[in-house]
Ligand binder design. Structure first.
Ligand code: EPU
Length: 438
C-alpha cells in the first residue's frame, strides 16, 4: 500500500472515536511479562506497530505471545525464555527504543542481554547514558560492540541508590524493571512519575514486587526472589486523546473520544480551556469541541508529569496557529522538537523558533544552540501543501494541519503514524474527513 495520503481539508472533524491502551505503557507492560515465572494477560491493547515490534522481540526471546487483536488482549507466556540471535534482534528493533528495557529482565533470567542501535522518533539525540549507568550500578558489565551493546551479569544484580540527573521516563522504567528482582533495596531519587509509570508499578506489584513511591520523586524497591504473571487492563492513551482533541480545535470540529480519562489529562484540559476549547467529561470518555468565535493565544511550557506533556505540544501547536495573538511555547523535555513547524510555515502559519528559553523559567537547553522555544502568531489560514511526515507526533500534527487547510494536501510517510495511532484512517473516516490513497 502506498505511503502517501491525499487529504482534502477544511471540513470540521465531527463524530466519535475510541482510544485504547497507552502506547507508552503497553510496550513496557509487555516487557514486564518477561520477569514472571507464569504467563501474563494484558487487556486494552491497541493494534499499533510498536506493539507488533515488541511482540516480535519477545517471541525472539522465546516468549509465546497469543493476541486477540480485536478484543485487545495479549497472553504472554515467558516459560521458555532464551537468548535471541543478535541479527534477529537487529532486524526487529529498527523502529523502536524498547529493546533497551529488555536488559534488566534478561540479565535476571539469562545473565546476559544484547541491544542493537536504537530507533525511535528523531526528536533530538535521545541518548541512553542514564540507562547504561543504572545497569552498571546494579553490577552489570556493559561492553560496546560493533552491532550494539552487550551486557552481562557476573552475579545476581544488587540493589543500589541512584539519583537521576533528569526525571527520565525510560530510565525510571529501566530501574523499576531491574530493581524488582535485584538483591536488596534500591532507591531512586528524581524519578519520573508519569501515569504510565504508575501503571507499570501497578503491574509489577501484581506480580509480587514491593515498590513504594514517596514524596519528592523518590521510589523505593525491595527486591524479591520470584515474580508471577499478572492480569491487567492498560490505562488509556492520553497522548492519542489529546491529539484528537487538538484536531477538533484546529478544524473547528466536535469529537467525542471514548476511552479518554480525566485524571491523566488534567493539565491538558486546563490548557485546552484556556485556548478557548470546550470539553465535557462523562464516565465513558471526553467530548472536545470548538465553540465558535476566536481561540485565545497562550503561554505554554512542556514538562515532566504533572506538567504539560511534550507529546501534547505538537498537535496543540497546530491549533494555536488558529488562535488570535501571540502564543509562546517553551519545550523543556527534548532539545529538538520543533522541526515539524517548518512544514506548518510552508502552509502559511507564522511560527518562529528561538534558542532562548522564552516565556518561562530557564531550562537545561538554554544558551546551548537548541531551537527549543516557538512563537506562533495567529490566526493564519493554512493552505494545502506536500508534506513529509518527520516522526510520530510531528506526523500526526501534519495530518491535523492538512485537515485544517483548504484544498488537497499530499502527506507522505504516513506509515510512521501507525506506530502509535491505532486505525487512524478508520477514525478519520468516522469523523467525516475527506482523504484518499493511490
Ligand atoms: N535522556 C538522556 N539520557 C538517557 C535517557 C533520556 O539524556 O539515557 C533525556 C532525553 O534525551 C530527553 C529527556 O531525557 O531529553 C527525557 O527523555 P525520557 O527518557 O523521559 O523519554 P523516553 O523514555 O525515551 C518516553 C516516551 C516518549 C515521551 C517521553 C517523555 C516511550 C516509548 N516514549 O520516551 O514518547 O515523549 O517519554 O514523556 O515511552 C512518543 O510517544 O511519541 C514519544 C516520543
Amino acid at each position: 500500500m502506498s505511503d502517501l495520503l491525499y487529504v482534502n481539508g477544511g471540513t470540521p472533524l465531527k463524530g466519535e472515536i475510541t482510544v485504547r491502551g497507552a502506547k507508552n505503557f503497553v510496550s513496557k507492560a509487555m516487557v514486564a511479562a518477561l520477569l514472571g515465572e507464569t504467563p501474563s494477560v494484558l487487556r486494552n491493547v491497541p493494534q499499533i506497530r510498536d506493539v507488533a515490534v515488541v511482540t516480535g522481540l519477545l517471541e525472539l526471546h522465546g516468549v509465546r505471545v497469543d493476541a486477540d487483536a480485536k478484543a485487545g488482549t495479549l497472553h504472554l507466556d515467558p516459560t521458555d525464555v532464551e537468548t535471541a540471535h543478535v541479527a534477529d534482534i537487529d532486524a526487529h528493533a529498527g523502529s523502536s527504543r524498547i529493546p533497551i528495557l529488555f536488559c534488566g529482565p534478561l540479565l535476571h533470567r539469562l545473565g546476559e542481554a544484547f541491544i542493537p542501535d536504537l530507533g525511535g522518533c528523531r526528536i533530538g539525540d535521545r541518548p541512553i547514558n542514564y540507562h547504561l549507568d543504572i545497569l552498571r550500578q546494579f553490577g552489570a558489565v556493559v561492553e560496546k560492540q560493533a552491532a550494539g551493546i552487550y551486557l552481562r551479569a557476573p552475579r545476581r544484580l544488587q540493589g543500589t541508590k541512584i539519583a537521576l540527573p533528569y526525571p527520565s521516563v525510560g530510565a525510571t522504567e529501566q530501574l523499576l524493571l531491574t530493581a524488582v528482582r535485584a538483591e536488596g533495596i534500591t532507591e531512586l531519587s528524581n524519578a519520573a512519575i508519569e501515569p504510565e509509570i504508575m501503571d507499570l508499578i501497578n503491574v509489577l506489584q501484581k506480580m509480587g514486587a514491593i515498590i513504594s513511591v514517596d514524596t519528592d520523586r523518590v521510589i523505593r524497591i525491595e527486591g524479591v526472589d520470584r515474580l508471577e504473571g499478572y492480569q491487567h487492563t492498560a490505562l488509556s492513551d492520553r497522548i492519542e486523546a489529546a491529539s484528537w482533541a487538538s484536531a477538533a480545535l484546529a478544524t473547528g470540529g466536535d469529537i467525542y473520544v471514548r476511552g479518554a480519562t480525566q485524571p491523566e489529562m488534567t493539565t491538558f484540559l486546563n490548557t485546552f480551556r484556556k485556548v478557548g476549547g470546550e470539553f465535557r467529561v462523562d464516565d465513558e470518555g471526553i467530548q472536545f469541541w470548538h465553540p465558535g468565535g476566536d481561540l485565545r493565544s497562550i503561554q505554554l511550557e512542556t514538562d515532566v508529569h504533572p506538567g504539560f506533556m511534550t507529546d501534547w505540544q505538537q498537535p496543540l501547536v497546530v491549533a494555536l496557529t488558529q488562535a488570535k495573538g501571540l502564543s509562546i511555547v517553551h519545550e523543556t523535555v527534548y532539545e529538538n522538537r520543533f522541526g515539524f513547524t517548518d512544514a506548518l510555515v510552508g502552509m502559511g502559519a507564522t511560527i518562529q523558533v528561538y534558542k532562548e528559553c522564552l516565556g518561562g523559567r530557564p531550562c537545561r537547553f538554554g544558551q546551548r544552540n537548541f531551537y527549543h522555544s516557538a512563537v506562533i502568531s495567529g490566526p493564519t489560514p493554512l493552505a494545502a501543501a506536500d508534506i513529509e511526515v518527520p516522526d510520530l507526533r510531528g506526523g500526526f500534527s501534519h495530518l491535523i494541519a492538512a485537515l485544517t487547510a483548504k484544498g488537497t494536501s499530499q502527506v507522505r510517510g504516513i506509515s510512521l503514524i501507525d506506530r502509535g495511532y491505532e486505525h487512524f484512517m478508520d477514525k478519520l473516516d468516522a469523523l467525516g474527513a475527506e482523504f484518499g490513497r493511490d
